[in-house]
Design a protein around this ligand. Structure first.
Ligand code: BES
Ligand code: MN
Ligand code: ZN
Length: 502
């Protein structure tokens, strides 16, 4: 569970005591504030930069002890290189690097003197991003540790942070929104990190329900409701599990009029994926507790939108099931009838995500007639083969929506890469016995999975994000050390902010 990091913004004045953080640019350049600090300490900063050959490249840090005339005796130099214009990433990363360095140096409090060492104006926006980067990096999931292990993990409390900036009012304003998004990311991380014995479909639905305290209208459909709606495709996945399925519907109405068509987000929420009767091999199966990364991102996003009171109508629909083998589980060869009326021959019970999404997508489009629909799913191992962990796969029937998503990916660093769709791929899921089968051939596994989903969306703009490579088991970054990354929350929040808010 994320510890609360306190950040306050204050005027850009050098404090008289405590720990301070000074930014350093390319080739060890100090900005005006840095120079002032240096002057107050008899040139210790500039001398140390020279002595250590500190280059000031982004991500690097160095501690300079500054005992002497003032009561500031520790100064953390943080390299920012040449911060890129418009890119959020460099400021988020700076926040991440600084909080990590301060925590490992046991600082109880620190003031960050924010400036561009090259003299360019820094607005409150960057200050807010630095604070957000800190919140994201400070996230920890350590509540299941006990004894010495727990003591070690929790020994360090987070330092109290002050960010000194020329534009405190704007920084504060922007940070309320950024903090809301960071909370959403950390919520998504929590959900992905939780094991399936703790977070089953019912417990997940309860977490979604908790968003009602932010003004989100949350409705939970139980198995009886789902049967009535004829969601047999979704229900076929949870047949083998003793944990009953749920569908959570979250609605945030932030637009001027309630009747404005919403933007819709649909998430795969397989709380654990054993593969079912088409059982997965044992090695690495534990990772499948993260097979609800899509649903987690949708929930985190709804939290973010509501908490920052986004001026948009948004719907989040998540299909929550557990995929287990059992005497009553769905068998390979079974034919089921989805809510849409289309029949599916289930040839592999491990291709279950698309079965969940088929009904969730159909329901969402029918019920809400959204402007756009985006689904997120840890859908295929094949997307890892194609793109690794650096991009999510993007599949879409709409060029404009794809362009918007790619742009949001560039600013947030949650990158997407568009993959093709087409008739030839679609043919690969035709079935001998039913309208379609749930697997394609040996090749193009991520594409045939997307083609399957496409049969459950109408002609309105839709995008599918395959996040199997990006939602979990994430490589370390400057703003993420969590197994569950929360991928998708910042991406889609940005998509909404840039394109769908008035
Ligand atoms: N949940 C998996 C996909 C996955 C794999 C997510 C690795 C994260 C990491 C999905 O349900 C699955 O099992 N897909 C199969 C599809 C196949 C049976 C057509 C796969 O990718 O092997
Ligand atoms: Mn599977
Ligand atoms: Zn799965």
């Amino acid at each position: 569970m994320a510890k609360k990091l306190t950040v306050v913004f204050r005027q850009a004045k050098i404090p008289a005591s405590g720990n301070i953080v000074v930014l350093v640019g390319t080739d060890g350049a100090l900005g005006n504030i840095g120079k002032e600090v240096d002057a107050r300490h008899d040139g210790l900063l500039s001398k140390s930069i020279k002595a250590a050959d500190f280059k000031g490249s982004a991500g690097s840090t160095m501690t300079v002890w500054t005992p002497g005339k003032t009561r500031v005796n520790r100064c953390l130099l943080a390299g920012v290189g040449k911060p890129e214009d418009g890119a959020e990433q460099s400021w988020l990363d700076l926040g991440g690097v600084v909080i990590a360095a301060l925590s490992s140096g046991d600082a109880k409090a620190a003031t960050i003197l924010l400036e561009d060492p090259e003299g360019k104006d820094i607005s409150g926006d960057q200050a807010a991003l630095v604070a957000m980067g800190m919140t994201l990096r400070a996230y920890k999931f350590d509540q299941y540790m006990t004894g010495d292990k727990a003591k070690k993990a929790r020994a360090k409390s987070l330092p109290k942070i002050e960010i000194a900036t020329a534009n405190t009012a704007k920084a504060k304003r922007r940070y309320t929104a950024h903090a809301a998004v960071a909370e959403g990311v950390n919520l998504a991380r929590d959900l992905v990190n939780e094991p399936a014995n703790i977070l089953g479909p019912v417990e997940f639905a309860n977490r979604a329900k908790a968003l009602s305290k932010l003004g989100v209208d949350v409705q939970i459909l139980n198995e009886k409701d789902l049967s009535k709606l004829k969601m047999n495709s979704l229900l076929s996945v949870s047949r083998g599990s003793v944990k009953p399925a749920r569908l959570a519907v979250m609605r945030w109405n932030g637009a001027k009029t309630k009747s404005t068509a919403p933007v819709a987000f649909v998430g795969k929420g397989v709380v654990f994926d054993t593969g079912g009767i088409s059982l997965k091999p044992g090695a690495g199966m534990g990772d499948m507790k993260g097979d609800m990364g899509g649903a987690a991102a949708v929930t985190g996003l709804m939290h973010a939108l509501a908490a920052r009171k986004a001026r948009v109508n948004a719907v989040g629909v998540i299909g929550l099931v557990e995929n287990m083998p059992d005497g009553d589980a769905t068998r390979p060869g079974d034919i089921i009838k989805s809510m849409s009326g289309q029949t599916i021959e289930v040839l592999n019970t491990d291709a279950e995500g698309r079965l969940v999404l088929a009904d969730a997508l159909w329901y969402t489009q029918k019920k809400f007639k959204p402007k756009i629909t985006i689904d997120l799913a840890t859908l295929t191992g094949a997307i890892l083969v194609a793109l690794g962990q650096d991009h999510a796969g993007l599949f879409s029937n709409d060029d404009e929506l794809s362009t918007q998503l790619a742009a949001a990916g560039e600013v947030t660093g949650e990158k997407v890469w568009r993959m093709p769709l087409g008739k030839t791929y679609d043919k690969m899921i035709d079935s001998k016995f039913a309208d379609m089968k749930n697997i394609g051939g040996r090749w193009a596994g991520s594409i045939t999975a997307a083609q399957f989903l496409k049969r459950y969306v109408n002609e309105s703009p839709w995008a599918h994000l395959d996040i199997a490579g990006t939602a979990m088991n994430s490589p370390d970054t400057k703003i993420n050390r969590s197994w569950g990354s929360g991928f998708g929350v910042r991406l889609l929040d940005r998509l909404v902010a840039d394109n769908y808010e008035k």
